[in-house]
Design a protein around this ligand. Structure first.
Ligand code: UD1
Ligand code: CA
Length: 471
């Protein structure tokens, strides 16, 4: 079957009050339009035609920057004259023998399964399938008019409807499926002869019926799946609905999510067995968690791979890092891109690590900055250690061997190497390489001044006292 989709995305989205075109606003960290494209793509569509208008260049740029393009086509609708007119702009891309699904770019939660059901209903008997849903408050939607046999006879827009028709609760979601040849024939017959002087795509229904063809409906049970976004309130509602769906999927896979309403996944999160995700965590991009991982409250984790038996303690921020098995990170740690923590490593509170490897079993427990560093195994970095990797113009490497002990409050001025087994005395500024297994330190010697006394407050003469007090 040659399946194609036409995705309507020319609407201006005025009610978003935004300079970003509506369909580019995100749900779950991904543009709404991209959700719809992805749903269509998972049906193996040979072509997905996006009808764009308002902010078209921006729409194309953003969608084209996100990957493969060979199955995307673009059709411009310069003036918005209705949904029928929008589909007409894509005519050149509609093959006669194709099964065409028409989707809306601002309905991000549409499921591939539902689109498959829609296309699957097209058969020798039916030549047009409309996706409908039942709403308690159908205001604003096109109503589904059925004949005495219960067959779909037409769709009437709210503005053209009689009071009796307005009472109907089955509404048009806008998604339809038809064969290319039929669709093109109906499109050429649509006229803007209605209350809004628009070309209604929905007129295809009555045109098909007039030809003696059968129109069927697929009813979507979950109105949220087919809800469009017109303003930021609806965007937020769908965001929560989407997050809940993702949380449910993970919980069914065995992940403990302490409060599904306080878990945000803006990308793809994969998790092994016995993972616990506490409240208020945000996962961005591709995040993989191994088995038995605990994410304490308030972390932001972006594009990371985290091994087994890891605890990410509260309020840590991790980006593009690889965390080995049995590691501990945080609380309040910042792990920046290109950081690798080998197994059993520990990074503690108020530690920032950038573009560095921390060896097996090594510990950076408190208040340190480690940047551009290659660190060996079983190293202990004392509190307040700083790798001075930047001279204001260039970045330099620090190399630390195995079993090194760095005393607290030390600066390692890169480029510098601390060899295996070296010990660095606390408070040192290390500018030259420190040799293997020796103690190296740079610090002024401690002296004691015997008999020294602390100054005491001088007694002041009576006359000066008031002036001094004004200080
Ligand atoms: C449309 C349907 C209505 C249905 C409702 C569901 C028609 C005539 N009406 O109404 O039956 O209940 O959707 O939400 O089809 N668009 C364009 N170009 C245009 C007009 C619209 O690309 O000229 C796009 C919009 O960007 C949007 C979609 O088509 O993605 C729907 O447009 P909208 O104006 O929201 O349609 P409604 O009038 O609400
Ligand atoms: Ca609408």
């Amino acid at each position: 079957m040659n399946l194609i989709s036409i995705i309507l995305a020319a609407g201006q989205g005025t009610r978003m009050q935004s300079s970003l075109p509506k369909v580019l606003h995100p749900v779950g960290g991904k543009p709404m339009l991209q959700h719809v494209i992805d749903a269509c793509r998972s049906l193996d569509t040979s072509n997905n035609v996006i009808v764009y208008g308002h902010g078209g260049d921006q729409v194309r740029e953003m969608i084209e920057s996100s990957g493969a393009q060979q199955d995307l086509s673009w059709a411009q609708q310069k003036e918005q004259k209705g949904t029928g007119h929008a589909v007409q702009q894509a005519k050149a891309h509609i093959d006669d023998d194709a099964v065409v699904i028409i989707a809306y770019g601002d309905v991000p939660l549409i499921k591939a399964d539902t689109l498959a059901r829609l296309a699957g209903q097209l058969n020798n008997d039916s030549s047009l399938i409309v996706l409908t849903t039942i709403l308690d408050e159908p205001e604003g939607y096109g109503r589904i008019i059925r004949n005495q046999d219960g067959r779909v006879a037409s769709i009437v827009e709210e503005k053209d409807a009689t009071d009796e028709q307005r009472a109907i609760k089955e509404v048009n979601t806008g998604f339809i499926a038809a064969r290319g040849k039929d669709l093109k024939r109906w499109l050429s017959q649509i006229s803007p002869d209605n209350a809004q002087a628009e070309y209604y795509l929905t007129d295809c229904v009555s045109l098909a019926v007039a030809e003696g063809a059968r129109v069927d409906a697929v009813i979507c049970d979950d109105p949220v799946e087919v809800q469009g976004v017109n303003n930021r309130l609806q965007q937020a509602q769908l965001e929560r609905a989407y997050q809940l769906l993702q949380a449910e999927k993970l919980m069914r896979q065995g992940v403990t999510i302490v409060d599904p309403s306080r878990c945000d996944i803006r990308g793809a999160l994969m998790a092994g067995k016995d993972v616990l995700i506490d409240v208020n965590n945000v996962f961005i991009g591709d995040v993989r968690l191994g088995e038995n991982v605990t994410i304490e409250p308030g972390c932001v984790i972006q594009d990371c791979q985290i091994g087994d038996n890891v605890t990410i303690k509260a309020h840590s921020v991790l980006e593009s890092a690889i965390i080995g098995n049995n590691c501990d990170v945080g609380p309040f740690a910042r792990i920046r891109p290109q950081t690798v923590l080998k197994s059993n490593a520990k990074v503690g509170n108020f530690v920032e690590i950038k573009k560095s490897t921390i060896g097996e079993g090594s510990k950076v427990s408190h208040l340190s900055y480690i940047g551009d560093t290659q660190m060996g195994d079983d190293v202990n970095i004392g509190a307040g250690t700083i790798t001075c990797n930047y001279d204001g113009a260039n970045k330099f490497q620090t190399t630390i061997g195995d079993r090194v002990f760095v005393g607290s409050d030390t600066q390692l001025v890169a480029p510098v190497t601390i060899e295996d087994g070296a010990t660095i005395g606390a408070g040192s500024t290390i500018t030259k390489d420190a040799p293997e297994n020796e103690l190296t330190l740079s610090r002024s010697r401690q002296i004691t001044i015997k008999g020294w006394r602390r100054p005491v407050k001088r007694k002041q003469p009576e006359s000066n006292r008031s002036e001094q007090n004004q200080e």
